[in-house]
Design a protein around this ligand. Structure first.
Ligand code: G
Ligand code: G
Ligand code: MN
Length: 564
């Protein structure tokens, strides 16, 4: 039975009994009927009093159950029931019905009080309901409200898009400027958003700093999916544009980096959870890709994340079973042709023994924080491989790649120095390679770490040079002993005069900074000759030697010694 039907039946029953008791009261009062139980006599006024009170309980119940309708019925019954009492007073000139009238008046007051009480509760409920749907900071629809909206949309079966809009640099901003500042940013943004939604759109705030936009597909009235998608993208871009408008908070102008992920119902998910999961996947996938402002979900995103998960598991296991293996790529002095040393590169195979591309598993390791363990593993194993070799080749350099995240960690220099000491490996035979992109973020800790390493004789190389963000002012502060010209510049050195001059420029810049310069990815003799002519100090590449196993590296060393 539906709730409404139950309610109606209750109202009808309560009304019936209230009326019945009212009639009985009148009849008994008018007839002067009395009851006798042995000694005890119940006069008609006594009986009427009892009946009126029972009726009052019924009337109050009627108000509680029937709310407004119940109140109207109750008042009507009370009003009608007073008619005979007044008639009695006026026509029969008797005051017998006075108690009845008084009773009725107090009943009316009680009904009024009951009604206003439940009315207030209703209003409080409404306010509570409203608050539970509102983000306390910005007043926007909150997570619950947005979910309800999407739930309804799913039930209606219409197609729609959901977009998560977030600020890539919000966490950094929050850390740097404080939470209050972050809150002011969100408030300012929400006031730009509120009122920007048009018909068929629903906006809200999802988590700490994430906004949501739900766009009805049908409102656009498009049939062609490409056109529809473009229109949705255009709308999302409008919101992105709002975020990018200059924003001044506490006299500080800030530049925000908004990004949006978009999914479509039902293509990208049948339930709210699936849609949300795919939005999160999209965000994870495009993290740190500054060129992707608006990214639509597609299944390859989830596939790649699943693939990453497998690589992560594999890496995790390989770390404990020592299944990572190291290869070493030789570096040669361009002037003397002598061996300078080796760059250590890690290799990982999947369960079937197929190579997993190093840039791929390094990227996965960086995302999952396994990179710290990988880099430490590589450092320790490379040192162990070469510790006896460097005793006989005191000039030989063993170079290892260290992730940017690692250098930010306080105590990293101490860790490296301790590892060297424990393995009895001379500091000056080790070189740490850091990629130039590290300078896109904070330089503070990185510089401290580098300084400490250099002071203790460890060498520091700047990898992938030319592809990152190191400014000249950073460069001049950094204790770097080697610049590694990225392969991409070597590849195109004959494309144009500008490309050629660029390499020459890096070489002379390195020398100004008192660093040596090595060219990476050298594959042809012609490139070698040109690099030598331009004053480059060293080469590393397939032409002079591919990454090789330790045993092969030993052969290269003894051949080099033999050429003395
Ligand atoms: O040779 P190769 O394809 O291995 O190198 C791919 C990329 O992975 C290069 O940029 C290299 O610097 C990086 N790389 C290789 N081994 C390691 C490692 O052990 N640690 C880190 N952080 N990067 C590595
Ligand atoms: O970023 P990093 O410098 O650490 O990367 C070194 C990468 O370059 C490794 O993947 C290594 O295998 C690769 N590499 C080294 N020499 C050559 C070369 O001559 N040609 C190509 N294609 N890759 C090279
Ligand atoms: Mn490298």
């Amino acid at each position: 039975m539906s709730k409404q039907l139950k309610n109606t039946i209750s109202i009808v029953c309560l009304t019936f009994f209230s009326v019945l008791f009212t009639i009985m009261t009148s009849v008994i009062s008018a007839s002067g009927y009395s009851l006798r139980f042995g000694e005890v006599v119940l006069l008609s006024t006594h009986i009427a009093g009892v009946l009126t009170n029972i009726r009052l309980i019924l009337l109050v119940a009627l108000v509680l159950v029937g709310k407004k309708t119940g109140t109207i019925i109750s008042y009507s019954i009370i009003f009608v029931s007073t008619v005979p009492m007044f008639a009695q007073m006026i026509f029969l000139k008797t005051w017998d019905s006075i108690p009845g009238v008084a009773n009725t008046i107090s009943g009316a007051v009680l009904i009024y009080v009951t009604y206003s009480f439940i009315n207030n509760i209703n209003q409080y409920n409404k306010i509570l309901q409203m608050l539970s749907q509102q983000d306390p900071l910005t007043g926007m629809h909150n997570l619950t409200a947005v979910r309800e909206h999407i739930d309804k949309a799913i039930k209606s079966g219409k197609e729609f898009y959901v977009s998560f809009l977030y600020i890539e640099n919000f966490a950094a901003l929050n850390d740097m400027m404080g939470r209050d500042f972050g809150n002011s940013v969100l408030k300012a943004l929400s006031s730009r958003f509120i009122g920007s939604t048009i018909e068929g759109e629903y906006g809200g705030k999802n988590g700490d700093s994430e906004f949501v936009l739900v766009i009805d597909a049908s409102v656009k009235g498009q049939k062609d999916p490409e056109v529809e998608k473009n229109e949705v993208e255009a709308r999302v871009r409008q919101f992105i544009k709002q975020v990018k408008r200059p924003l001044i908070i506490d006299n500080t102008e800030i530049a925000l980096e908004p990004r949006a992920a978009v999914v479509k119902f039902p293509e990208d998910g049948n339930s709210i959870n699936e849609l949300y999961r795919h939005l999160d996947d999209t965000i994870t996938h495009y993290k740190n890709q500054s060129n992707m402002e608006v990214a639509f979900y597609d299944a390859s995103v989830t596939n790649e994340l699943t693939e990453n998960g497998k690589i992560e598991d594999r890496l995790f296991k390989a770390l404990s079973t020592d299944e990572i293996h190291l290869v070493y790529q030789p570096q040669f002095d361009l002037n003397t042709g002598k061996l300078r040393g080796f760059e250590t590169l890690s290799r990982l195979e999947d369960e079937e023994g197929k190579n997993i591309r190093p840039d791929r598993f390094i990227a996965v390791a960086e995302k999952s924080n396994l990179i710290f363990r990988v880099d430490n593993w590589v450092l320790i194993h490379a040192i162990r491989d070469f510790k006896d070799v460097v005793k006989n080749s005191p000039e030989l350099i063993v170079s290892v790649n260290i992730s940017a995240n690692h250098l930010q960690k306080p105590g990293y220099a101490e860790f490296v120095l301790r590892t060297l000491k424990e393995n009895d490996f001379p500091n000056q035979n080790l070189e740490i390679e850091i990629t130039e992109t590290v300078f896109a973020t904070a330089i503070g800790n990185v510089k401290t770490t580098m300084d400490k390493l250099r002071k203790n004789g460890v060498k520091v190389a700047l990898d992938d040079f030319g592809t990152g963000y190191a400014s000249l002012s950073y460069l001049s502060q950094l204790p770097v002993n080697l610049l590694k010209i990225d392969k991409s510049f070597v590849d195109k050195m004959y494309n144009s005069d500008v490309d050629k001059e660029f390499i020459e420029l890096i070489i002379s810049m390195g020398h100004v900074l008192h660093a040596e310069v090595i060219a990476e990815g050298v594959e042809e003799e012609k490139q070698m000759a040109s690099l030598k002519e331009w004053g480059c100090d060293m080469v590393q590449g397939y032409y002079t030697g591919r990454p090789m196993d330790f045993e092969k590296a030993l052969e290269v060393i003894s051949k080099d010694k033999g050429s003395d």
